[in-house]
Design a protein around this ligand. Sequence first.
Ligand code: GRF
Length: 203
Amino acid sequence: PRIVILISGSGSNMLTIADQVLSGAIDAEIAGVICNEPEAAGVQKARDRDLDVSVIDHRGFTSREEFDVALMRTIDDYQPDLVVLAGFMRILTPDLVRRYEGRMLNIHPSLLPKYQGLHTHRRALEAGDDLHGVTVHFVTEVLDDGPNVIQAVVPVMDGDTEETLRKRVQLQEHIIYPIAVKWFVEGRLEMVSGLATFDGKPM
Ligand code: GRF
């Protein structure tokens, strides 16, 4: 199976997935990495692994729709079986989401359905939550709302800051995202009538 990974930033999730593919732990191929931020650190990390990288700066487009058309074209050129959003910080148009429905995963740093959107660590701290975490989900037309595939839970500790909490969550991201990708490429994980299924059973 061919995987395309979309990033905007540091690309640490992209790298953990790519490294498991390159080591053979995940039996797939990274067809390409697409980034909308020319200066993102993840671009260089992907190039260091000799991955094919396409940079599409969203600032060069007059509308979200126009950007997404270019994005779809680039994704399609790679002929992916799976599209992995790994810190891709653009809201996607319904057309794009529909095109890859059932074969596009996202990682969101909260225990969805809690804290959709931005600043999840700050919001968990402000709410005084004891537990926080991260979710991998299929992407559907509602932002941060697709059916959940896998979650990791972390404790919120006394004295935590956004940064300490973010680091604790990110360690878990690097564990659960490659697991979800592996399940998908092995055909064990599917989206059926809007539900995530594992080995044919609803999760
Ligand atoms: C992660 O925290 C992820 O949950 C969020 O964006 C961040 C991406 O980090 N959606 P990285 O670029 O993979 O290091």
